[in-house]
Every structure is written in C-alpha cells, then in structure tokens.
Design a protein around this ligand. Structure first.
Ligand SMILES: Cc1ncc(COP(=O)(O)O)c(C=O)c1O
Length: 368
C-alpha cells in the first residue's frame, strides 16, 4: 500500500495538484465561505456558547434516538422563517443533507436529471441512490426538457445549485421550475451559495417566488453564509417526514452539535433582520470583480479561469506569499485545463483589505 500511496503523491506533486491542510493565519481572506462574516459575530458566538453550556459539547445520539434538542427545533424554525419554506430537517452537514435527500428520493423508479456542474455531494448522492440519471450540460434547459420528456420512470427529480459553487453563476430557476411543473418532477435546489447571499439573504428560491411551491425543495449548508456548521433540507412537511424516516445520513448519523445548531439559528435570524449584510457583500463582490477585470458574479463567488493546475497552484502560492488567501480549484474539483482561482467576497472585508487583496489578484492574473 505504501508504494502505491507514494506513487500517487508523486503524480499529484508533478501535476500541481497537492492540497494542503495547514492553518493560514494572518492572510486577507478571499477563500472562505464566511460570506457575511457571521462566524465571528458576537451574537452568533454567544448563541453557540449558551447551547454549549446548556446541552454540552455533543448531541450524544442520532436525532431519532435522543439527539434532538430545543436548539435543533429552533434551528429548523429559524431556517423556515428565513427561506419561507414550510418545513426543515437539519443534518450534520450540507454533504450529508445532499446524500440523504437524494438517496431517500432516488432508486430505480426515480430519474435524476442534473446539471453537469453540481457539487460532489450531489453527484455522490446520485451514484449512491442507484437511480437512472442524466447529466445535462451546464445551464442547458433544453437538455433538461429532453431528459424529462423522454423519461420512463414514474418519478423524476431535477438537481441544480442556485449559485454554482465553483463557477459562481446562477441557475435558471424559473425555467427549471416551470419544466418540473410541466413534467411532474421535483426541482431540488442546493442553496449552499444562495442562502445569505441572493434575495437579500433569503435565497434564490425565495427571490424567484418559489418558496413553498410543492414541486420545489431546497438543500442548505449552515457552514457558509450562516457561519456555523451543518446542513438542512427544506420543503414540505411530507418531505420532512419522509426524510426523517428514510434518509440514512439522518438516521444513522449523530445529530448536529447543539452549539452549531444554535449558532446557525442565530445567524439565520440576523440574515433575515439585516438584509444590508447581503447587500454589502454583493457590493464588495462587484468591486472585486471590477478590479480583477471580470464580470460581476451572481453571488459571492468570483471564478477566474487560469488554465493548467500548475499555473493555478503557482498563482495561489504567489498570492499567499503576498498575504492573500484565494481558493485554488484543480482536478478533480474541475476538469483538466480549466483550473481556477476562486475568490469570495465577504460583507466584513475592510476597504483597505479589499483594495490590497484585489490589487494583488489583479496583478497576478494580468488585469492590472
Ligand atoms: C454546493 C455545495 N453543496 C454542498 C456542500 C457541502 O456543505 P458542507 O460543507 O456543509 O458539508 C458544499 C460545500 O462545500 C457546496 O459548495
């Protein structure tokens, strides 16, 4: 085994595809997903501390054994209020939420139609569900229609991200929802990068007037704009009940830590009460895009294609040396030859940090 591990490591090294897991203190952060700066908001921290004192460090069991606390119940209510959905079920992460909902809805009788660029957790759910599936080209609503029109299965689910995690563009939610209504399919939208960002923070599904629609469901992560940890599926009471009884990543997984649940609930309350936060983040995103010579993205994620993985790695390392952390997306996160720098804006970036970091990126990618 060791020889094989060493040979794989050498290949990654040669291709510029080595990922590091080291802390990166002291850098201007254009890499994290803490879009609204809520992970360090004193109100969010106080809510987590209160739950830590009241419930202890861990949930101690699965939600369906004795792991459900009032923090989980309150979180699900807060998420419903924020997104306008009828019901929510919290999971231990966005990843397990995606695996759970897709495997619980999938199987031989369900056709899964998905955009080719959906997140790894959605693709893994599709594989694990053993459903027939069709991958359509990115943003291709004609492809979606063809797949739905030709289906032979009794059920179908269309899987999209509201704002794509790597490319940063927005899905055509209105058209996709209309197609799903026409072909009696469910639209499942991963709002990992939409909640807290689009629609004054309430998400792209809410902004499109689709919250509460019977043929639309949402998955969320609590670890990005909500600054905490965990995930959720939002939709009808019937869907929630089905997932609580059949989603294996819900039933056979220890519940989300109560402190993370309480932090996310407080963050959801803040996002709803303070729409200016999302606005500020989007203003910073637009400034960042302008300085880097690219068109403004739909949300916080600005994606700059830089070619080979070696070039992406070398640009990211140069920026790190200049005091700026950026995301560096290489295979297998993206196909070969289209590696990217992924820049994320935050509401709490100071003007000075934004100016310094944007200048460094612009120089690195040749936009200055
Ligand atoms: C689109 C998308 N879905 C799901 C996830 C997984 O969320 P989590 O980090 O909460 O597991 C991510 C995060 O990396 C994501 O970008």
């Amino acid at each position: 085994m060791d020889d094989w591990l060493a040979s794989r490591a050498a290949v990654r090294e040669r291709r510029g595809q080595v990922r590091k897991t080291e802390p990166q203190p002291g850098l201007v952060d254009l890499a994290s997903n803490d879009y609204l700066g809520l992970s360090t908001d004193p109100r969010v921290i106080a809510a987590a501390a209160g739950a830590l004192a009241g419930h202890g460090a861990g949930a101690r069991a699965s939600r369906v054994v004795c792991g459900t606390t009032d923090a989980h119940v309150e979180l699900e209510r807060a998420l419903c209020r924020l997104t306008g959905q009828d019901a929510a079920l919290a999971f231990s992460s966005g990843y397990t939420a995606n695996l759970g909902v897709i495997t619980a809805l999938g199987g031989p009788g369900t056709l899964l139609v998905h955009d080719a660029h959906v997140h790894a957790s959605l693709l893994d759910g599709i594989r694990l569900s053993r459903s027939p599936s069709v991958s359509v080209a990115h943003q291709d609503t004609d492809g979606m229609r063809a797949a739905l029109a030709g289906r032979t299965q009794p059920r179908a689910v269309v899987v999209l991200e509201s704002i794509y995690s790597v490319l940063g563009d927005a899905a055509p939610l209105t058209e996709a929802a209309a197609l799903c209504a026409e072909y009696d399919a469910l639209l499942l939208v991963d709002e990992a990068h939409g909640i807290g960002v689009a629609g004054a923070g309430r998400g792209a599904v809410h902004a499109a007037g689709l919250a509460g629609a019977a043929h639309v469901a949402v998955t969320a992560t609590l670890s990005k704009a909500l600054g905490s940890q965990g995930g959720a599926v939002l939709g009808s009471e019937l869907l929630r009940e089905h997932l609580a009884n059949t989603a294996r990543t819900f039933i056979f997984d220890t519940a989300l830590a109560p402190s993370a649940a309480a932090a996310a609930a407080e963050a959801a309350r803040i996002v709803l009460a303070e729409p200016g936060l999302a606005r500020r983040m989007l203003e910073n995103a637009a400034l960042l895009a302008k300085r880097c010579g690219s068109a403004a993205a739909a949300g916080a994620v600005q994606s700059i294609a830089v070619g080979s993985s070696e070039r992406a790695a070398s640009l990211a390392a140069g920026l790190r040396a200049a005091g700026v952390a950026v995301g560096c997306f290489r295979p297998p996160s993206v196909p070969d030859g289209v590696s990217r720098l992924r820049l994320t804006a935050r509401a709490n970036l100071s003007a000075a940090d934004l100016d310094r970091a944007a200048g460094a990126v612009a120089r690195a990618v040749g936009a200055a």
